[in-house]
Design a protein around this ligand. Structure first.
Ligand code: NOJ
Length: 721
């Protein structure tokens, strides 16, 4: 640690405060204005505050936390004012959107979720957290745990996909990773149902039954709570007429009452003031009243609390107890993070943390494990490393910026390995050419150079997809096709008769249509981060056997949306017969998606036995074991993600046709067999009953085990309460 002035001051403060701070006595000393200051979060960057009055506000005890202010020296400079020049010397908590990496950028969260590698996700979150801390950031606005069933919504890229069970496992892993050091706090966002935006348009209305809310949208948040997440962010959307940032049911009844969670809720960016545009508040004062009373503790950026809180208390519209409770939560969080003892961060530790080999290696492994092999006709992949020439064609083949995805912390494009650079590094002896062919957007009709490059090469890789700005916040689309002339580019290469691999780079499920039908090989690589090119090259040239699985359904076309594996049967399920009328189906497309949830190929093959159950019945106190043998029957080492689904065919309310209840990623040498055991217990059967409350019905439960949500291995048991 470098002994700079702020560090020294930190040590001094720490020794001066030998007694841990007593939150209650601190609260008693605070004026209403100082309390409201703790609930104010203002924005900034490396330089400091974006608001001109930021520093004055700190001096006036009007800033409790910040968003985006970062850089150890900047943070310490501001912190010094807070802890030496204000009356009560309460430290500031510095937050930032550290979503999938800080300086080392890991694959976008949806991509990383495709790895089904929970340990890996915990490690990348921990690495991001270390880098963030080295830059003064002690609060990550991640993980985003919103369930997303609509690929039009650009923010599908930020979560773990469509499934509440898997989303819960990922939420837990990420929270644990971000918070591992105990010095950084994570934020489960966006509470809640933000991903259910009508028509996939960002910020749009959501409306649903309490059952869907509880069974589909709540679970990853509950998992975050169970993993001891320190903060939540309230979302922009409304749910059935009540904006999420003023929803007392979700913010207080559920979070505090049912889940007994004592963390901090921060609003999303100006979402408190936006209650006016939502139309449930006529003035900023009414917005403040609604949000604080509902349970939003900290207001991000807008200043309705700061400006109106005191007046509302005088008028009896806000109780002192409510205000105190929010402030108590904030102070408690700061205490838990050790901010009162050591408000500063060591300076000069970036070099020891940023882009260090361990983080780069994590990023590379994660990039490779995130790849999902969608198609591989005639085992075109993997390519031999002895090839003489490779043509990389397509607008994303050498785009450093796009590989970082839509959120990229303090990532810098100069650090990024593109597909071109990765393949060149992998094959030093080969001639590797690059032709852009066309831009991501816009119409091009002449593909002569691209076609010539393809004809002249042994290996042809088409790097196509979306640019990074096409997903993420405020990036909804009404088409999920490949944009611009990229399909025409693929078709022009296809016409040469030369085999090729489509290397997809995108932040949402795409409707692949012709490509899925005709292209010989497709590798989904998402936006794979700093080590994108190296990780993808590892897969293409066989050093890593792909094991990723889709965490979200890929529809055939947008008309099928919303489409997800855990749907309902309906009273008229389609039998699949060609001319069947009056069945729940389309005239012009199959009901099935292009690629189901949980799908992904490997360079080897795995045989999974039929599931065996440890007993024919289950009761409330004794769990069941479901076992399968998984064998690598090919001739390459590889990993398979074994998946267990259940179905309750007759229940008090209709149940999904399948629900994921177990995953296990197993690595197997050629010829190796492993027994995978899953445990099922009563909690796996619970659903939100017809009269409210969690229930499990007596009767038959079907079990499916396989390597996708279309698993065919089947067994059943009876649940006897
Ligand atoms: C708005 C986004 O919805 C949220 O995810 C993010 O954390 C905040 N802005 C802060 O940047």
């Amino acid at each position: 640690m470098k002994l700079t002035l702020p560090t020294l001051l930190g040590l001094l403060t720490a020794s001066a405060l030998a007694q841990p701070v007593d939150i209650e006595s601190l609260l008693q000393q605070m004026t209403t204005e100082e309390k409201l200051g703790q609930l104010m979060q203002i924005g900034g960057d490396h330089q400091g505050f974006s608001d001109k009055d930021g520093m004055e506000m700190v001096r006036a005890s009007q800033v409790g936390s910040t968003l985006g202010v970062r850089g150890a020296a900047t943070v310490n400079r501001i912190q010094k004012v807070a802890v030496t020049e204000t009356r009560l010397k309460i430290p500031i908590l510095f937050a930032f959107d550290v979503i999938h990496g800080y300086r080392t950028i890991f694959p976008v969260p949806l991509g990383e979720a495709a790895s089904f590698d929970l340990k890996g996700m915990e490690e990348t979150a921990a690495a991001a957290s270390r880098e963030a801390y080295a830059h003064g950031v002690k609060w990550t606005f991640a993980p985003m745990v919103d369930i997303a069933r609509d690929p039009r919504w650009g923010r599908v890229v930020e979560g773990a996909g469509e499934d509440p069970y898997y989303g819960s496992l990922v939420a837990r892993a990420r929270v644990k990773g971000f918070q591992r050091s105990g010095k950084v706090v994570a934020c489960a966002k966006h509470w809640v149902a933000y991903g259910a935006a009508e028509a996939g348009r960002d910020y749009n209305t959501a409306d649903m039954s309490e059952r869907t809310l509880r069974e589909v949208y709540f679970p990853p948040f509950k998992a975050a709570v169970d993993a001891k997440v320190g903060t939540f962010m309230s979302s922009f959307n409304e749910i059935g007429g009540v904006p999420a940032s003023a929803n007392r049911f979700t913010l207080t009844d559920v979070l505090r009452g049912e889940w007994k969670w004592d963390g901090v809720v921060v609003s999303d960016f100006t979402s408190v003031e936006e209650l006016i545009k939502h139309g449930i508040a006529g003035t900023p004062a009414e917005a403040c009243e609604a949000a604080l009373n509902a349970g939003v503790d900290i207001e991000m950026v807008s200043r309705t609390y700061l400006k109106n809180g005191a007046r509302l208390i005088k008028d009896g519209k806000l109780s002192q107890a409510t205000l105190d409770e929010s402030v108590r939560r904030v102070l408690r969080l700061k205490k838990r993070l050790g901010l009162f003892e050591d408000p500063y961060v060591p300076e000069g530790t970036q070099a020891a943390n940023f882009l260090i080999p361990e983080h780069r290696q994590l990023a590379r492994v994660s990039a490779a494990r995130s790849c999902v092999l969608l198609k591989n006709d005639k085992n075109l992949l993997p390519y031999s490393k002895n090839v003489k020439s490779v043509a990389i064609i397509g607008p994303l083949g050498d785009s450093q910026q796009d590989m970082m995805g839509s959120w990229n912390g303090d990532g810098q494009k100069k650090d990024v390995t593109t597909l071109l650079a990765g393949v060149r590094a992998r094959l030093p002896g080969a001639r590797v050419t690059f032709v852009k062919g066309c831009p991501v957007h816009g119409v091009v009709t002449d593909f002569k150079t691209a076609v010539a490059a393809a004809k002249a090469a042994d290996v042809v890789l088409l790097a196509v997809g979306e640019d990074a700005d096409m997903s993420g916040e405020a990036a909804s689309r009404t088409s999920i096709d490949l944009p611009g002339s990229q399909l025409a580019l693929i078709q022009a290469i296809h016409a040469t008769g030369k085999p090729y691999t489509v290397v997809l780079m995108n932040g949402r499920p795409l409707a692949l249509g012709w490509v899925a039908d005709k292209s010989p090989a497709i590798l989904e690589t998402w936006f794979a981060g700093t080590e994108a090119g190296n990780g993808i090259a590892d897969v293409l040239f066989g050093d890593v056997n792909p094991s990723g699985k889709l965490p979200i359904t890929f529809p055939r076309n947008l008309g099928q949306v919303p489409i997800y594996y855990n749907s309902k049967n309906t009273g008229r399920p389609w039998s699949g017969k060609k001319n069947e009328k009056y069945a729940s189906r389309y005239l012009d497309v199959l009901n099935s998606p292009q690629y189901v949830f949980g799908y992904g190929l490997s360079y080897t093959r795995f045989a999974i036995s039929a599931p065996r159950l440890s007993a024919a019945t289950m009761d409330a106190s004794s769990p069941l074991t479901v076992s399968v043998e998984v064998k690598n029957v090919g001739n390459r080492a590889g990993a398979e993600v074994v998946q267990l689904y259940i179905q309750d065919p007759v229940a008090g309310v209709t149940r999904p046709v399948r629900e994921l209840r177990g995953i296990e990623r197993v690595e197997l040498a050629p010829g190796e067999t492993r027994t995978v055991n899953f445990t099922l217990s009563r909690k796996d059967l619970l659903y939100w009953g017809p009269k409210g409350g969690w229930v499990a019905d007596p009767g038959e439960v079907l079990v499916y085990v396989g390597n996708s949500s279309a698993a065919t291995g089947k067994a059943s048991f009876r649940y006897v309460p």
